[in-house]
Every structure is written in C-alpha cells, then in structure tokens.
Write a protein that binds this ligand. Structure first.
Ligand SMILES: [Zn+2]
Length: 256
C-alpha cells in the first residue's frame, strides 16, 4: 500500500514542499517516505509520513543494519524533525521558495566575484606571475567550498557560504563539477612545474620571466578555464546575473 492522495497532499502542504531533513525547497522532486517501513508494520496514516527529497530519502534508507556505520535515523527522530519543520511552516517562520531562490542568486553573485579576475579571463601566456595564478585558483576553490574569499595577502575580503548551502540541487552539482575542474588545473600546473614545462626565472628583482616548453599546456589551461566559465555562465543565465567569458574582451586584443 502507499499513502492515499489526501494523506500525501496534507503532508506536502504542511511541509510547503520542503524536505523535512535538509529543509530545502524541492518542488516536484520530493517523496513521501514511510517513517516506519510498511514491511515492519508501518501504516499509511498521516502520522507515519514524512516528505523528503530524493537525496535525503536515499540517505535515510541507506543504513545497513548488517554493516552498521554511523547512526541510523530513528523513527522518533524523523517525527520530531518533521513536526519541527511543520511548526515553522505553520507559524510563517519557514523561508519561502522565493527566499531560497534569492539566497541562491546571492551566492552565485558572490562566486561570480571570484571568477571575475585575470586568472580566469586572461590567456595563460599573459599571466603576470605564475604563483599568483595558482594562488587565485586555490583561493577560488576555498571561496566556493567555504564562502570565504581571501585577498592575496590572506585577509578575508568577503564572507558568504559554501556551495553546499545552495538550495538548487542542479546548481550545487554544477559547482561540484567546477571545483573538480579547478583542482585539475592546479594539479596540471604543479605537474608542469615538476616536469620543467614551465620555468620561472628572475629577470630582475621585480619581474619574472617564463619559459613554456610545452605549447599544449597553455592551450589546455585556456580551454579548461573557458570550460569552467561556460559552466558557471549557464548558472548565471538561470540566475539572471551577468555572465563571464574567457577570454575577457578587450579593445587592445586587436593589436595582438
Ligand atoms: Zn533533503
């Protein structure tokens, strides 16, 4: 058996279609879960139902009693979490879906600041200093993961939240992919230094010069960063904010 239309509807209305565990607005991507499994005698009554998103549903069911690790979600705990959430919705204290969307847009705007810098928009061979390039990529990974944007000398420039706080699951997944690509850029850079594909020399005290012994490296760096900005721009378009492109358009590119 499963929940009747009426019971499911009551539960979804009480939750305002937010997941009772992660408390994110999920729209149609939500299910009504049996707190006590039917196989264990759980009923199809209102009392035994809890609206959960796909991820949390999987999380709650994934616990393997034959190989116990971590702590199982107990039925009484699920009921409390559900009732707490229902209480917030009923009292008007729960964030609305529109608020979730606004918070996400603000976070994307914050990440956009991190990408709006030479390390993401200039050709690799135009980079001022390689260490600064690598540091900028590292700082961007930190900013996306933790919400803390650092300046070059390590001061906190801005504080927001990490990508795990995004309500929009697709955006969260896309930001995961972006961070993976950024990590690949750092690995490729480290490897290039080790292999001597980039050599850093000091021309004088203030200027560095670089020898690129691998033309594919610069191409790869440019292609990969173009891909990152493309992925990120797709999110920006959905969020209705300014998109970024690689390479940044400049009038003086005409001279090259
Ligand atoms: Zn959830």
């Amino acid at each position: 058996m499963s929940f009747s239309q009426k019971v499911a509807e009551d539960l979804l209305v009480q939750a305002a279609r937010f997941c009772c565990l992660c408390r994110q607005y999920k729209g149609t991507k939500i299910e009504v879960h049996h707190i006590i499994q039917e196989a264990n005698g759980g009923s199809d009554e209102h009392e035994n139902g809890i609206p959960l998103c796909f991820d949390c549903h999987a999380e709650v069911e994934s616990y393997n009693t034959k190989h116990p690790r971590g702590r199982k979600f107990q039925p009484s705990e699920l009921k409390r979490l559900r009732d707490d959430w229902f209480g917030l919705v009923a009292s008007g204290k729960a964030p609305s879906a529109a608020v979730s969307q606004d918070e996400d847009t603000e976070l994307i705007r914050f990440y956009s600041q991190c990408f709006d810098r030479p390390a993401f928009q200039d050709y690799f061979q135009q980079e001022g200093t390689m260490e600064a390039f690598d540091k900028a990529i590292e700082d961007t990974i930190t900013a996306i993961n933790t919400g803390c944007l650092l300046s070059r000398d390590g001061k906190t420039l801005a504080m927001a939240k990490g990508k795990s706080y995004l309500h929009n699951q697709q955006w969260r997944d896309q930001m995961d992919v972006i961070v993976d690509i950024l990590k690949a850029i750092r690995s490729r850079y480290k490897l290039a230094i080790q292999l001597g594909q980039i050599q850093v020399g000091n021309g004088n005290h203030s200027r560095q010069f670089y020898c690129f012994h691998d033309s594919e490296l610069a191409q790869w760096m440019d292609m990969t960063r173009a891909e990152v900005l493309q992925l990120f721009s797709n999110i920006c378009k959905e969020a209705g904010i300014k998109t970024l492109i690689f390479p940044r358009k400049r009038w003086r590119n005409r001279h090259y």
